[in-house]
Design a protein around this ligand. Structure first.
Ligand SMILES: [Zn+2]
Ligand SMILES: [Zn+2]
Length: 383
């Protein structure tokens, strides 16, 4: 009898625990979806409009941190998941942007470029040079992949006029979470007397603490928050932070908008959390020029992302789409492709930070000669 009572108690306890967990889970989900719709409703795109004071005549983009690197780099992952030998758009047929008289004579030694699931681009124009995002450095190496690849490609900190953070997630800010550690990119970053534009305060990132800990005169980086659209250099603007409620939390992401003479706007996108759909609505309402090109990630980790802790497809389920109940699908990638097709762009280059090789292939096949691969060490020239 007492045995039965014990068993009954155990079952009741298990039932209660499961019910509580279920309740908690549904509560978390309900709260998340409520936040998704309230963030969506509070977003006001494109006000006020931005008039550029100039246009840029030359635009050259060098991926410094990404998942793939140029084929000459044996230590880097160059696979695109399809046969590059036979593909019309494989490496053999991609115009060699690093040759010719583009001024890029600093790539003699391309043998040890490093790759990782982070983002950083050098954006070089006749109006100024910007370092876009600071990579990830998950192995916490010294130097970081960003610093290493900068050295390999001859990019100097002194070349920079500004640093631009697309958003404050760890894989875009060089894992700036341990002040004073010598292996992080911001050791160098902090010493630059240039502006760093961020759409949100760097609260994940105690860069401010670190700056305060440096000797007077040594730390000179100027942090500027850019929650709204504005020109940051002649002919170069930010969209300002576009908000999004992800399952992993609230985030605002900004894109760089470059007004290229005779072509139109080239958008540089870091992770694509803001969604392409909303980015395009915002850009159309904010700027009068047509969109010429898109370079960067659009958060299309389908069918698989590149960050899969414990076998869970983190990028797809938790950092994109509306949440675990509505993760991104192949159809979403197709919709984005159609949106870009409607722009009739002259340049499309998907990053491989959170876009799968399958999606890269889909876009490369669609846009043909207008498509450019994003590979560490390979310049993308807008000409
Ligand atoms: Zn992110
Ligand atoms: Zn990202």
């Amino acid at each position: 009898m007492s045995k039965h009572t014990k068993k009954g108690k155990l079952f009741r306890l298990m039932g209660l625990t499961l019910a509580s967990l279920g309740l908690l889970g549904s509560g978390v989900l309900a709260h998340h979806y409520f936040r998704v719709s309230s963030v969506q409703e509070s977003w006001k795109p494109g006000h006020p409009p931005v008039e550029f004071t100039a246009d840029v005549h030359t635009l050259e983009i060098l991926p410094l941190v990404n998942f793939h690197a140029i084929p000459e780099s044996p230590s880097a992952d160059v696979s695109y998941g399809f046969d590059e030998e036979t593909s019309n758009y494989g490496s053999g047929d991609v115009p060699d942007a690093s040759s010719g008289d583009s001024g890029n004579d600093t790539l003699e030694d391309r043998s040890s470029l490093r790759t990782e699931v982070g983002v950083s681009y050098l954006i070089r124009t006749d109006q100024g040079t910007i370092l876009f995002d600071l990579g990830h450095n998950p192995q916490k190496t010294n130097p970081s992949a960003l610093v290493h690849n900068m050295e390999q490609t001859g990019v100097q900190w002194e070349d920079l006029d500004a640093i631009f953070l697309s958003h404050t997630h760890f894989d875009h800010v060089g894992e700036l979470d341990t002040p004073g550690s010598p292996f992080y990119s911001y050791l160098e970053t902090a010493k630059q007397s240039i502006p760093l534009y961020t759409p949100q305060p760097l609260k994940l990132v105690p860069l401010r603490n670190y700056l305060e800990g440096m000797d007077a005169g040594e730390a000179s980086l100027v942090i500027q928050e850019t929650p709204r659209e504005q020109e940051i250099l002649p002919g170069i603007a930010t969209t300002g932070g576009i908000p999004r409620q992800l399952f992993i939390g609230y985030i605002e992401e900004q894109a760089l908008v470059i007004n290229v003479r005779g072509k139109g706007l080239v958008l540089i996108v870091g992770c694509g959390h803001q969604t392409l759909e909303r980015l395009l609505i915002h850009v159309r309402k904010t700027f009068s020029q047509p969109i010429y090109g898109i370079v960067g990630d659009l958060h299309l980790p389908v069918p698989d992302g590149r960050m899969n802790p414990l076998g869970i497809n983190g990028q797809r389920i938790f950092a994109s789409g509306e949440g675990p109940l509505h993760p991104l699908s192949k159809e979403d990638a197709q919709s984005d492709l159609e949106r870009i097709k409607d722009l009739e762009p002259g340049l499309v280059a998907l990053g491989t930070h959170d876009s799968s090789d399958d999606v890269v292939r889909m876009f490369a096949e669609e846009f043909g000669e207008r498509y450019r691969f994003v590979r560490v060490g390979e310049w993308i020239l807008v000409e």
